[in-house]
Design a protein around this ligand. Sequence first.
Ligand SMILES: [Zn+2]
Length: 102
Amino acid sequence: MQDFRFDAEQHAFESAPSEACGLVVDGQYFRCRNIADDPCLDFVLDSRDYALAALTGTIEAVVHSHPQGGPASDVDLESCKGTKLPWHVFSVPEKQWSTINP
Ligand SMILES: [Zn+2]
């Protein structure tokens, strides 16, 4: 299963205890910076990275990690609606993926 999930998991492990975030662009993982005030509790995807990703291909999904574990939060669900894209959440301790849709 050498798709975006493999690279996203590496990014998530490297970034812990901060949340890692990125985008799926044409099926590939595209790393983005997390510029949240407290990246251990939240993520804010750097808009410059988003713009760069949009130049390289079609943005298909938003990805971020939960270093403390757990599925998508209520805040994630709300934010997901705003992006009109599916969100993939990787729970680091459980090594499990979940997906939410707007
Ligand atoms: Zn989250």
